[in-house]
Design a protein around this ligand. Sequence first.
Ligand code: HEM
Length: 392
Amino acid sequence: MDIFEEDLYTVTVVGDVRDPYPEFAQMRAQSPVVQEQVFENTVYKAFKYHDIDRVLRDAETFSSRLFGPVMGVVMGPSILQMDGTEHRSHRSIIGGAFRRQALADWETSFIEPTVQMLIDKFAPRGEAELVRELTFHYPIQVIAKILGVPVEDYRTFARLSIELISIAVDFDRGMKASRDLREYLASIVAARRVEPQDDLISMLVGADINGQPLPDDEIYGFLRLLLPAGAETTQRLLGTLLLALLENPEQLEAVKADRKLLSNAIEESLRWESPVQMTSRENLTDVELSGVSIPAGSHISVCIGSGNHDEEVFEDPERFDIFRDGPPHLAFGEGPHRCLGEHLARLETTVAMNALLDRLPDIRLEPGDSDPHVHGQAFRSPNCVPVAFTPA
Ligand code: HEM
């Protein structure tokens, strides 16, 4: 079964919302922190940049432990749900794997070759749909290589990763994917115990915490987090950046003329349409956010997508503008849980953009009957990016 089977692809956006920004603007203006009932839970939603930044930075007051009963059920114990020393010691196990030298090695050994191989398949045709032919297939193969999972199997674990993070939409399917993923990974984990390789699975099976090897549950917890975290986010960034530049040809021309502008374009894309729209914390003491008192033990959901459009921080926030010069966006989170893969995500996106612009210099949007647009609620990215170019 193809991973683009419509129901699966739709499920990944978790809520088919086209333009949440007018509502976010209204919330920021009228109720920047709002209390909502989600099933039997009371959730406080925060919409303003400075509230979100504060919640994410102050990990002593705002704990990540509430992810335990949510993501922990499907992923197993992972750094996402840990606090304090436990979080620091576990995060440091793999933190070193993403250092600058490793990224440089990966760039030449498999990141660049993966992109070139994907472009080879459609370049002679003169047209392509870049979500289905490039973005969706690319970061998942890169993270597979980094972990040490056979790249040939990527369609299998792409499907399982998507089903795993879509647990809010279909609980049984999410739990089954969690079990299947563990079963799939078990033989690879066992092989690395016998013969370690230069990959992240070997790093995890060889790791120790306070002199004890990492328990199996935690090894699988890491892997179940890293597969979707590495794949399901970066493909969204690349798709959105492509669509934004193709819809703003003068900004695309500026990037073509000066590739150093790519890094501005990537940051602006992350701000303008943040691939991960929200995360959550539990406050351990009574707090006040934007004048709203929140009792200790509450679930606080921070709306990153809204914070990145806060007009008190970003001028004309709805405009995509690669020449914007302003404070940092919140798309990778903040504080101790700030994204571990941010440099990898930027590198993958830079490599793909350079390869496309080098090989298909007259690339342009060719929508035909389609309606390319960014959509999604929990995660956001384009439904399609149809393009035409001189066959190469
Ligand atoms: C554009 C791409 C990406 C975006 C927008 C993104 C976004 C985020 C955000 C918002 C968080 C913070 C969650 C929180 O504080 O609750 C996070 C954490 C994390 N990300 Fe990413 N991410 C991206 C790419 C990646 C990649 C490529 C990897 C793979 C290595 C990765 C691995 C992680 C991990 C392991 C964490 C948990 C860190 C911790 O809890 O200490 N991410 N990401």
